[in-house]
Design a protein around this ligand. Structure first.
Ligand code: PEP
Ligand code: MG
Length: 321
């Protein structure tokens, strides 16, 4: 079993009918990045920057962030890396004092891009470090907890200001940095046409999207049975989002845990997804699931999938793949 998986290290992530699927890695530590590279990940699809801010009281400097991001870029040796801007707040603990200490409803509170935009000097420092690291290889910037155009516009404008500052200081920076939004607040999926001109790609964070779409706390033990991506509403939302992204020519990736479960691969491919991002520990199992899948057949069965009425219907559909 393990030997079988190990052999997949050098195999392409291609379906039985010859469709290439890109597997990106969710990676934070040096070890993750090395593993992602060794397993042939197509890039880093989600680099969470919170860990640079957690377990400490003082904020990381621009130089400290720059060095961490540059390490990441160099570690992937020319494959693109997606750096998510700070997503503190809610379930992400914070000791720097940036996030509010107590909020009545943290999941609906000051977190992600909302927090960054309230601290624009700090946000600018992070963007400056990212743009500087982008001089060493392909970098994409990903913005968490976006709900609509205003936030993406504010971020795009701040990036331009930071860029101008770097030019004025004659500091080296990458000039081909793509900008993307996380789709994890349901409003972002519905409002994507309002800000599609501002983004090169979107990445679906199903961990939060399931939480907000189904109104089920992602960490609530007593509700664990209700917290599942196998809900017809989620599948329909994803189906429309993927089709819209394809029509508009922007990239779309799923980077939540949904993409790390090989049993979900037929669902995601049926809905038209070709880019999955997951922690390196699941990469080979997911590659195996992709290599066992028939993309054309799954696409033809998508209409049936979108007509199920409940979770049992989804499981039944899966059992027939
Ligand atoms: C998500 O919400 O699916 C996601 C990838 O982000 P995080 O788990 O860091 O909130
Ligand atoms: Mg999230």
């Amino acid at each position: 079993e393990q030997a079988q998986l190990t052999r997949l290290r050098r195999q392409p992530t291609r379906t039985v009918d010859g469709v290439d699927v890109r597997l990106w890695a969710n990676a934070e530590t040096r070890t993750d990045v090395a593993e992602a590279h060794a397993l042939g990940a197509d890039g880093v699809g989600l680099y969470r920057t919170e860990f640079l801010f957690m377990q400490r009281r003082e904020l990381p400097t621009e130089e400290e962030q720059f060095l961490a991001y540059r390490d990441l870029v160099l570690g992937m040796a020319g494959r693109p890396v997606t750096i998510r801007t700070l997503d503190l707040g809610a379930d992400k603990a914070d000791h720097t004092g940036l996030a509010l200490r107590s909020e009545p409803n943290p999941a609906l509170g000051l977190r992600g891009v909302r927090l960054s935009l309230r601290h624009s000097a700090l946000f600018a420092t992070q963007l400056r470090a990212i743009l500087r690291a982008a001089a060493y290889g392909p970098v994409r910037i990903l913005v968490p907890m976006v709900s609509g155009r205003e936030e993406m516009l504010a971020v795009a404008q701040l990036i331009e200001q930071v860029r101008a500052g770097l030019r004025a200081d004659a500091v080296q920076a990458g000039d081909q940095v793509e900008l993307g939004a996380m789709v994890e607040v349901p409003a972002a999926a519905l409002a994507l046409p309002d800000f599609v001109d501002l983004v090169d790609f979107v990445s679906v964070g199903t961990n939060d999207l399931v939480q907000y779409l189904l109104a089920v706390d992602r960490n609530h033990e007593a509700l664990a049975d209700l917290y599942t991506p196998r809900h017809p509403a989620l599948l329909r939302l994803l189906s429309e989002l993927f089709a819209y992204a394809r029509r508009e020519g922007i990239g779309v990736t799923v980077c939540g845990e949904m993409a790390a479960d090989p049993d979900n691969v037929p669902l995601l491919l049926a809905l038209g997804l070709r880019d999955l991002s997951l922690h390196p520990g699941s990469l080979l199992e997911v590659r195996r699931a992709v290599r066992a899948a028939d993309f054309g057949r799954l696409r033809r069965r998508a209409a049936t999938l979108l007509r199920v009425h409940d979770r049992a219907g989804i499981e039944g559909w899966l059992a027939r793949t």
